[in-house]
Design a protein around this ligand. Structure first.
Ligand SMILES: NC(=O)C1=CN([C@@H]2O[C@H](COP(=O)(O)OP(=O)(O)OC[C@H]3O[C@@H](n4cnc5c(N)ncnc54)[C@H](OP(=O)(O)O)[C@@H]3O)[C@@H](O)[C@H]2O)[C@@H](O)CC1
Ligand SMILES: [K+]
Length: 508
C-alpha cells in the first residue's frame, strides 16, 4: 500500500473533485460519513459524553459533520471550535452553519486557556483540530489544549491525523494528541510508522473515501507498506526439475571466540530459507561447533584460531558473500573484509561488525559492490551516517547514503524500513519478542539466502524482512513474546512462507 505526502493528498483531493464532478463539501460529507459510521459502530449507542474538538479548516469541517451525525443519532455531543485563526475554510463554515441550524447544537468557541472545558477520563474525545494542513508550530494556548486533552486520559479518536503531528516532518517539542485510534483518509501517513511519532497515532485504521484511483495508482509513493499480498507476490517458488545448484551458494563469513552462535544462527537461517549450499567461513575455534550444530553447512577456516584473518576464498562469480555476524573488529578481520570487497563483484550482505568496520574505515565504503545490502541496528546506523535531528532527517540521510554508495539499507526497528535509492519499504509485522540476541543474525542469513537464490537485492531485503517478522509472529502465536529466541524464528520460516498462500478458513 502506498504512503503519500500531505502535498500529494491535497492534490488527490482536488483531482477527485474534478474527475468525479463533486464539490469539496460533497467529498467532505462522504469522508466524514465513513468516520461517523466507524465511530457509531464502535459506540453502538452508548450513553457516553462525546467532546468534539474542531479546528477551522477542513479537518475541523470533518469534525462538524461527524458531530452533526452523532447528534442526530441521539448521542450526547459537545462541540468546541478551536479558534486558532480567522482563516476559516468553506467546508468549516458551511458545516458550522448546518450543525447549528439542523441540530440546534451551538459549538463553544475556544480562544484561550480560560475557555477550556473540563475533560473527564470517561469522556470520548474526537480530535478534529488539525489534519494534513498543519504546517507550522502551534500557538501556545493550542499546545496547552492538546496537553489538557492528553492529561484527561479520555478515549481519543483522531480524524485523519492526531493534531500536532505532521505527515512528513516533525516540529520539535510540539505536543501531539495521544490518540487511541486514528481514522485516516485513504492512505496512511509516513509519520504513523516512525519511532518518534508512531505511538501518538495509536491503532490506525484506513478509511476509503473514494479518492481517484488513477491518481493513487500512477503517482509515486513517498513510501510503500508491505503487506501479505505484496510479500506473496515477491516469493519465487521452486520448480520441480531443479537441483541444489539452482539455488545458489552463500558464504557466511564471520564469528569469533565466544560469538560463534551468530554464525550457526545465520548459516542455518540461510539454509532454511532455501539456499542450495552454505559455506561458513570462520576462525578455527568454531570448526567443531559449526560442523556439529549445522551439519548441512560446509566449513572453511581462516588462518587464525579465535578471530577472522585474511585469506583468499575460491568464489564462483554468482556466489554470494555475507560478512560480519559475530566477527568482532580485530584488525585481521578488517583485512579479510578489504580482500573480499576487492574480490567480490556480486551484491554482498554486510551486517553487525562488518558495518562497524565500514564506519571505522570509511574508505572501504567506496569498495562495496553495487546493490549490496547493509542491515544496521540504530547504533550501527548512527556510526555509519552520523546522528540525526529526528526520524525524518534520519530517513533522508539514509536515502542519500543509499544513493551515494548504491546500496540497500535495512533500518531495523519496530517498523523495519528498507531503503533502496528512491524507495522506502515499511514493514509493519513482527513483535517485541524479536528484540532478542541473534534475531539480526537470522535476518542476515535469510536475506543472504534469498540473494543467493537470485532474488533482486532490494526484493531479497524487503521479502526477507517480511518473512523473518512473520515467522516471529507465528512463534509468538504459540507462546509469548518474552519466550521467543532467535532460533525459533528460523524454525518457523517455512510456516511463514506457507502462511502467505493459505486461504483464510471460511465458515460453512
Ligand atoms: N485529503 C483528502 O482527500 C480529504 C481531506 N479532508 C480533510 O481535510 C483536511 C485538511 O484540511 P486543510 O487543508 O484545511 O488543513 P487542516 O489540517 O484542517 O488545517 C487548517 C489550516 O490551518 C492552517 N495552519 C496550519 N498550521 C497552523 C498553525 N500552526 N496555526 C494556525 N493555523 C495553521 C493552514 O492554513 P494556512 O494558514 O497555512 O493557509 C491549514 O490549511 C484533512 O486532514 C482531512 O481531515 C476531507 O475533508 C476530504 C478529503
Ligand atoms: K485531527
Amino acid at each position: 500500500m502506498k504512503i503519500f505526502s500531505a502535498e500529494q493528498l491535497h492534490e488527490a483531493d482536488k483531482i477527485t473533485q474534478e474527475k468525479q464532478k463533486i464539490t469539496s463539501l460533497e467529498l467532505m460529507e462522504r469522508a466524514s460519513s465513513r468516520i461517523f459510521e466507524e465511530i457509531n459502530n464502535r459506540l453502538n449507542g452508548a450513553e457516553i459524553k462525546i467532546k468534539v474538538f474542531c479546528g477551522i479548516g477542513n479537518n475541523g469541517g470533518d469534525g462538524l459533520v461527524v458531530a452533526r451525525k452523532l447528534v442526530r443519532e441521539g448521542y450526547h455531543v459537545d462541540v468546541y471550535v478551536v479558534n486558532y485563526s480567522d482563516k476559516r475554510s468553506e467546508g468549516f463554515l458551511e458545516n458550522y452553519r448546518t450543525l447549528k441550524e439542523d441540530t440546534k447544537n451551538w459549538p463553544v468557541l475556544l480562544k484561550s486557556e480560560d475557555d477550556f472545558p473540563e475533560i473527564k477520563s470517561n469522556d470520548f474525545v474526537i480530535d478534529a483540530i488539525f489534519g494534513i494542513g498543519l504546517n507550522r508550530p502551534l500557538v501556545e494556548w493550542v499546545q496547552k489544549l492538546i496537553v489538557r486533552i492528553n492529561e484527561s486520559k479520555a478515549f481519543k479518536v483522531a480524524i485523519d491525523m492526531p493534531s500536532g503531528m505532521l505527515a512528513d516532518e516533525i516540529i520539535a517539542d510540539q505536543p501531539i494528541v495521544e490518540a487511541n485510534y486514528t481514522l485516516t483518509f485513504q492512505a496512511p501517513k509516513l509519520a504513523f510508522f516512525l519511532p518518534e511519532t508512531a505511538p501518538f497515532a495509536g491503532n490506525v485504521q484506513i478509511i476509503d473515501i473514494g479518492i481517484d484511483g488513477q491518481y493513487l495508482a500512477e503517482n509515486p509513493a513517498k513510501a510503500i507498506l508491505i503487506g501479505e499480498e505484496q510479500a506473496a507476490s515477491l516469493y519465487q517458488p521452486r520448480s520441480k526439475f531443479t537441483h541444489k545448484g539452482n539455488y545458489g551458494h552463500t558464504y557466511m563469513v564471520g564469528g569469533s571466540y565466544g560469538m560463534m552462535g551468530s554464525m550457526t544462527l545465520s548459516s542455518k537461517a540461510a539454509l532454511r530459507i532455501g539456499v542450495g549450499k552454505v559455506t561458513a567461513v570462520i576462525p578455527q575455534c568454531g570448526y567443531d561447533i559449526l560442523q556439529t550444530s549445522v551439519p548441512e553447512a560446509m566449513v572453511e577456516v581462516v588462518p587464525h584460531d579465535i578471530h577472522l584473518a585474511d585469506m583468499k576464498l575460491e568464489l564462483k562469480k554468482e556466489d554470494i558473500v555475507a560478512f560480519g555476524m559475530g566477527a568482532g573488529t580485530n584488525e585481521k578481520s578488517i583485512e579479510l573484509l578489504t580482500t573480499l570487497l576487492n574480490q567480490v563483484k556480486t551484491p554482498m550482505l554486510i551486517d553487525a561488525d562488518g558495518l562497524n568496520m565500514l564506519s571505522k574505515y570509511s574508505e572501504l565504503l567506496e569498495l562495496i559492490p553495487e546493490k549490496s545490502i547493509l542491515t544496521p541496528h540504530p547504533k550501527e546506523l548512527e556510526r555509519l551516517i552520523g546522528s540525526w535531528k529526528n526520524d525524518f532527517e534520519k530517513l533522508d540521510k539514509v536515502q542519500k547514503f543509499s544513493d551515494k554508495y548504491k546500496v540497500t539499507m535495512v533500518i531495523k526497528g519496530a517498523y523495519t524500513m528498507t531503503v533502496s535509492s528512491d524507495n522506502i519499504y515499511i514493514n509493519t509485522n513482527g513483535n517485541p519478542g524479536m528484540a532478542t540476541a541473534g534475531s539480526g543474525d537470522v535476518l542476515s542469513g535469510v536475506i543472504a539466502g534469498l540473494l543467493a537464490q537470485g532474488y533482486d537485492p532490494a526484493i531479497a531485503a524487503v521479502f526477507g524482512v517480511f518473512i523473518h517478522a512473520k515467522a516471529g509472529d507465528l512463534v509468538v502465536a504459540d507462546t509469548v513474546p518474552d519466550a521467543l529466541i532467535a532460533s525459533d524464528i528460523t524454525a518457523y520460516l517455512g510456516k511463514a512462507i506457507r502462511s502467505l498462500f493459505e486461504k483464510p478458513e471460511t465458515k460453512a
